[in-house]
Design a protein around this ligand. Structure first.
Ligand code: NAD
Ligand code: ZN
Length: 237
C-alpha cells in the first residue's frame, strides 16, 4: 500500500466509536439518566434552572467514563496516526478516550468532560477527579460555580476550534467518518465540506445515516470491525 495515497487523512468520530468501550451514546436506548434524556440536561437552560441536577448527571457520566477503556478502534486510529504524517482526528466526543489510546493530533470540537470552566471568571482547568468533592465544583480562582467545559445542545462551538476543523476537512484526501449520527450541526457539515473539496468519504456506522448517501464507501458495522476492515482493504490496494 502507498500510504501517501491516503494523505491528508482526516477522521471524524462521534459517540458511536466509544459505544464498544461502554460509553452510551445519547440517542441510543441507554441514553437515559434517571428519567431524563441527555438532550434535556446537556443544555444551558437546564444548567441555569438546576445546576445541581445537571452536575449530578455529569458526575455520573464522569464516573461511567472513568471506568471505560479505549477499544480496538481507538487503538487502531492511534496506530494509523503513527504511520501517516498528515493525519488529524476531529472528535465530537468529550470522553478523552482517543488521547488515552495515544492519538495526538486531536481537535475536540465539543470540549472535554475532564475540563472545567468557571461560569463567572471564565478560567479553565483540568480535573480528572472521580468522584468530585463538591457539586457544583467551585472555581479555584474566584469560588463561583464551574460547569463542564463541553459544548451543550443549543450552544455555539468555539469559533477558532470550528474554523480549524473546517480548514482541516477542506484539505482532506480521504475522510473517515466513524460513529456519528450526521444530525448534530455544525459537526454534521464537516463530511459534506470535505466531500465538496474532493475528499474520498468513507463512513463506518452500525446504522445508515444522512452521511451514507454522499459517502463513497459505507462500512455498515461496529466501529472496531469497520475500521479494521477498512484498514485491511488499504493494505490490498
Ligand atoms: P452522535 O450524533 O455522534 O450519534 C452516535 C452514532 O453512533 C449513531 O449514528 C449510531 O448509529 C452510531 N453507533 C452506535 N454504536 C456504534 C458502534 N458500535 N459503532 C459505530 N457506530 C455506532 O452522538 P449522540 O449520542 O447523538 O451525541 C451527541 C453529542 O453528545 C456528541 O456529539 C457529543 O458531543 C456528546 N456525547 C459524547 C459522548 C462521548 O464522549 N463518548 C457520548 C454521548 C454523547
Ligand atoms: Zn472563577
Amino acid at each position: 500500500m502507498e500510504i501517501a495515497k491516503l494523505e491528508p487523512l482526516i477522521v471524524l468520530t462521534g459517540a458511536g466509536i466509544s459505544a464498544e468501550s461502554g460509553v452510551p451514546t445519547f440517542r441510543g436506548a441507554e441514553g437515559l439518566w434517571r428519567t431524563y434524556r441527555a438532550e434535556e440536561l446537556a443544555t444551558p437552560i437546564a444548567f441555569h434552572r438546576d445546576p445541581l441536577l445537571v452536575w449530578e448527571f455529569y458526575a455520573w457520566r464522569r464516573e461511567l467514563i472513568a471506568a471505560c477503556e479505549p477499544n480496538q478502534a481507538h487503538w487502531l486510529l492511534a496506530d494509523i496516526e503513527k504511520q501517516i504524517s498528515d493525519f488529524t482526528l476531529i472528535t465530537q466526543n468529550v470522553d478523552g478516550l482517543h488521547a488515552a489510546a495515544g492519538s495526538r493530533n486531536i481537535i475536540e470540537i465539543h470540549g472535554s468532560i475532564w475540563r472545567m470552566r468557571c461560569t463567572s471568571c471564565g478560567d479553565r482547568w483540568d480535573d480528572g477527579n472521580v468522584p468530585l468533592e463538591k457539586l457544583p465544583p467551585p472555581c479555584p480562582g474566584c469560588g463561583e460555580k464551574a460547569r463542564p467545559d463541553v459544548v451543550w445542545f443549543g450552544e455555539t462551538l468555539d469559533p477558532e476550534v470550528l474554523d480549524h476543523a473546517f480548514e482541516t476537512v477542506q484539505r482532506a484526501r480521504v475522510m473517515l467518518v466513524i460513529g456519528t449520527s450526521g444530525i448534530v450541526y455544525p459537526a454534521a457539515e464537516l463530511p459534506r465540506v470535505g466531500k465538496m473539496h474532493g475528499a474520498k468519504l468513507i463512513e463506518i456506522n452500525t446504522e445508515i445515516t444522512p452521511i451514507s448517501g454522499i459517502a463513497d464507501q459505507v462500512y455498515q458495522s461496529k466501529a472496531t470491525i469497520g475500521l479494521q476492515d477498512w484498514w485491511a482493504d488499504q493494505q490490498k490496494d
